[in-house]
Write a protein that binds this ligand. Sequence first.
Ligand code: EPZ
Length: 429
Amino acid sequence: MEKFIINGGHKLNGDIYISGAKNAAVAILPAAILADGPCILENVPMINDVSVCLKILSEMGADVKMLNKSTIQIDARHIRDTVVPYEKARLFRASYYFMGALLTKFNHAKVSMPGGCALGDRPIDQHLKCFKALGANYSIESGIVEITADRLYGTQIYFDKITVGATINAMLAAVKVDGLTILENAAKEPHIVDLANFLNSMGAEIMGAGTDVIKIRGVKKLTGTQYAIIPDQIEAGTYMVAAAAAGGDVTIRNVIPKHLEPISSKLEKMGVIIEEHDDSLRIIGSNRPYERMNLKTMPHPGFPTDMQPQFAALLTLSNGTSIITESIYEDRFRYVDELRRMGADISVDGKVAVIEGVDKLTGAPVKAADLRAGAALIIAGLCAKGVTEIEDIFHIERGYEDLAAKLRAIGADIVKREFPGPDAMRIAM
Ligand code: EPZ
């Protein structure tokens, strides 16, 4: 079993370089199946979700080559297999993007229901509704979704709720159909725009990504391309909060500041000083407690749910009472008990957490319940007095490349250590 051991209380100073976006990469890699030639992808984060995705592609018959540490070439012309089995699909949530990509390419996909991280109920009804509207039929048996179509055709789809995954799957499924598809009430996250840009660089005709109406005119052919994935908004946000919480002066490099505005504006409201440059942000932490704050998670451009646990960790040490309302997931407060073990004063009632600021956190043995819950514990550990040992760190490594090394380079005392005993079962988001 591996753990992160953090000796808290060190200020952070220096530069930290942000990797490519996980949630863009896990959509763009399956999309490479659609190209009639090799795709070269740059700025690919080397995280566990990407490794699993690449493994699925190779096992299906794609030729996958690492050109350097963050550049991959995928030639999917020889893929014949249209099945993603349970053992792989359960490892990460985004395995459902193989449904849209395989359906478009082969008019057939057989993909196990995605493994779900415990954030509450996470249905895929909106994904299936899109496939059906485009002319496909589906069945679900023994946990496997099988989707087939004789022919797919353009249509108009209104999402009953704003969903990142179904918006992406609809784009993947509609990109080569006959005619025009219009997606309404679409999600607007930066990785949706990134997938649209990637597909357009292959010859697709997608307009409006980043707004709530996306129009996709089906094309006959998509070619190979060379494309750089956007920087990870949530990795950047996590280090911004870490720098603010631990104090010090940190420059976060390789970012798109516009994507970070929902995060920067909240930090500034609490009293963190942020200097914006073209592709970097400088975070200057304070020695005094930050101001309390209320926040509510919302689809982009609202405050991202994927930053909610990290902000909760920061607010445990703020001045006064803060209220967090989680409006995307039913159950994204599974880090609260762990923060309490470190001295935080948090109470939860349904989708609302009330945080009373305390003077200090103290190190403790804790467990990461999921990826961003783990990120919250890292932040708490960096400012706690004493040693924090974090278990189940495979959750964290699904989404953060070289986390300990990046934090050590800016002055944190954090190491990854092997201990006897197995990791808990690896399920993913
Ligand atoms: C994506 O999940 C991200 N994952 C999540 O990142 C992120 O939290 C989420 O979007 C919201 O931004 C990936 O991109 C791989 P949704 P996704 O579809 O696509 C409900 C992280 O920490 N819903 O936007 O699964 C759903 O239950 C992770 O990096 C339906 O009801 O999220 C949820 O309440 C965690 N029916 C809400 O919509 C559907 O068919 C938003 O889900 C689909 C979703």
